[in-house]
Design a binder for this molecule. Structure first.
Ligand code: F6R
Length: 236
């Protein structure tokens, strides 16, 4: 495990973008596992900036996102597809057809989960997976108690996650109650992991995740067992 302390959010974003940038420069066909949330926004902005300067070419890259709300389509501004298009994909030259987000509108959601796992395998697996962490230790939408051996599956969101996400929806009632998420097993299969955490409110859970016992009650604690984990954090 490599643990890197960043000076501030801008520094964290640059460092994370540097890791992703190096991945794409060294392996242009990389499969990038991507995350939504507030933490990676600066990383995506930095990558767009370097793309605009001609430093990175995403034309051969592929991406798979961790999760999506059930019941929101890509035109809904709270969907993760919308988030990715607007915070990252529209600003770089990745081919849209090579960007994958679980389909939260699929008629058969179980089949969608199986399709997503097959898709990841058919791409050759994830080369670098970017992760944020929730205050309860969730990664993707794998909430405390999630089984470590799950691949892509449907989850009921925890009350704390619904509360944390209500800020984006205007009210708690408007937050979807279910999501599709890559499971811990899908995440752990990635060749490299990059976990980013920002802000004083992430200090306690990061301490538990990185240095506490490995337990499903802190889903991110399993990352301690990954052979190639890089962590970039700033608790200021
Ligand atoms: C988003 C995701 C979530 C977030 C986590 C942290 O795709 O998988 O696990 O990474 O909720 O969110 P922020 O960055 O908003 O603190």
């Amino acid at each position: 495990m490599r643990i890197i302390e960043a000076k501030d959010y801008a520094d964290l974003s640059r460092k994370a973008a540097n890791v992703i940038s190096a991945q794409v420069i060294l392996e242009p066909h990389s499969v990038l596992g991507l995350a939504t949330g507030s933490t990676p926004i600066g990383t995506y902005k930095q990558l767009i900036d370097w793309y605009n300067k001609g430093d990175i070419d995403f034309s051969k890259a592929r991406s798979v996102n961790l999760d999506e709300y059930i019941g929101l389509d890509g035109t809904n501004d709270q969907s993760y597809r919308y988030f990715m298009d607007n915070n990252f994909f529209n600003g770089i030259n990745i081919k849209k057809e090579n960007t994958y987000v679980p389909n939260g509108m699929a008629e058969d959601l179980e089949a969608e989960c199986a399709r997503y796992d097959e898709l990841i395998s058919s791409l050759g697996g994830i080369d670098l997976q970017l992760l944020g962490i929730g205050h309860d230790g969730h990664i993707g939408f794998n909430e405390p108690g999630a089984a470590f051996e799950k691949t892509t599956h449907i989850v009921e969101l925890e009350e704390t996650t619904i509360k944390a996400n209500a800020r984006f929806f205007g009210s708690e009632e408007a937050v979807p109650k279910k999501a599709i998420t890559m499971g811990i097993k899908s995440i752990m299969r990635a060749k490299r992991l990059l976990l980013i955490a920002n802000g004083p409110d992430k200090r306690d859970i990061m301490e538990k995740a990185l240095h506490g016992p490995v337990t499903p009650m802190v889903p991110a604690s399993i990352l301690q067992f990954h052979p190639n984990l890089t962590v970039v954090y700033c608790f200021e």
